[in-house]
Design a protein around this ligand. Sequence first.
Ligand SMILES: CC(C)(COP(=O)(O)OP(=O)(O)OC[C@H]1O[C@@H](n2cnc3c(N)ncnc32)[C@H](O)[C@@H]1OP(=O)(O)O)[C@@H](O)C(=O)NCCC(=O)NCCS
Length: 423
Amino acid sequence: MAANSLTITDNRTGKSYEVPVTDGTIKAMDLRQIKTGADDFGLMTYDPAFMNTASCRSAITFIDGDKGILEYRGYPIEDIADKASFLEVAYLLNEGEFPNTAQLAKWTDDVRYHTYVHTNVIKFLEGFRYDAHPMGMLLGAVGALSTFYPDAKHIDDPRNRYVQRVRLMAKFPTIAAFCFRHSHGLPYEFPRNDLSYIGNFVNMTFSIGGKHEPNPVLQRALEILLILHADHEQNCSTNAVRSVGSSHVDPFSAISAGIAALYGPLHGGANEAVLRMLDEIGSKDRIPGFIEKVKKGEGRLMGFGHRVYKSYDPRAKLIKHIADEVFQQTGMNPKLEIALQLEAIALKDDYFIQRKLYPNVDFYSGLIYQAMGYPTDYFTVLFALGRLPGWLAQWEELVKDGEQKIARPRQIYTGPRKRKFSK
Ligand SMILES: CC(C)(COP(=O)(O)OP(=O)(O)OC[C@H]1O[C@@H](n2cnc3c(N)ncnc32)[C@H](O)[C@@H]1OP(=O)(O)O)[C@@H](O)C(=O)NCCC(=O)NCCS
């Protein structure tokens, strides 16, 4: 019997099976041999929401939720957020290494070259209602890019994939900014290729009459927030990108599926919920009463707890630091004072300690985005902008992975069978 194996005894038949254990996993397909008879389909696993199923091998992002560790390509998030630019991180996630000077210059130029979108994109953005949710606009527009670049379907060609990744990195901020302008009834501001990636995006959102005074502290804060969101391994939207991408559709369509997944309140919408909660609390003296309600099960402390992190989310620590810097620029916000006190009280409370509930990435990020001037329904667009490099890296890894096939889960059928149909 091999040491790295699992022996399974099927008590239905009394038979035993030896299944190899590799990287702490067994292959679900190895269970299929376990049958009660010739007509039996074979044993499957039942795992709604993929709570305990690895869907791929990945070398992009490492998370240890118990220890609060997050690494991109092996580099701790704390070091990356401190020293790297967003474009460098995008390169790291996609190419596996940080770029050298020449590689960074080429990558930056390539992205800068593609920032404009076809003017017809503007025409269909203009067709959205004045109050259209920017995420709905974004997912529609990014998906529609596939019709402008039909060559993107040649996903087996690495050079072609690179071009589409560049196009997405370049055009995404432009479309995201156009969605912002649409919501505000402002004319679209075209890309300025003399500005940095972040500087250009901020200019496209906030410039009025061709003028915007850049604030380097706020721009760097936004850049760090995007870096902190750049990848988070197999979360809901990344899984959507991979699942849709597994049909070998073009990357614009696959990324648009990721945006759709992120649109959902359980994924991208929690920072908005934090702001609503802080509004509901209203003043510091009402915090103890609110905490008591949460402990009685009457609502949750939004921005606390995480499916994976069972200690302080490393991104939340960094974001708290960013919040200090941003609020020094924009002035103190009464909601931040409530948030700080709420956190301090919750971290000392047995209810939260016992359940390992710590602040997550969303606890302070909404407050910061709001202080920067972004409305609440735009927060998820900023999340998508940050997550884009991760989606692209995961898509590239999927396409190159010889073990992958079209994603197609099994089911346990619970409906009726062989019913008689008569009219
Ligand atoms: C993120 C989240 C969905 C993770 O949930 P999960 O891993 O499935 O954890 P569970 O829902 O099983 O919760 C475990 C226990 O902690 C409690 N709990 C979890 N998050 C809580 C919160 N934010 N406030 C109060 N109690 C919470 C649950 O009530 C449960 O308590 P019980 O054992 O007495 O029933 C959850 O923590 C949550 O809803 N947080 C608030 C929303 C949020 O900030 N989401 C953004 C995530 S990045």
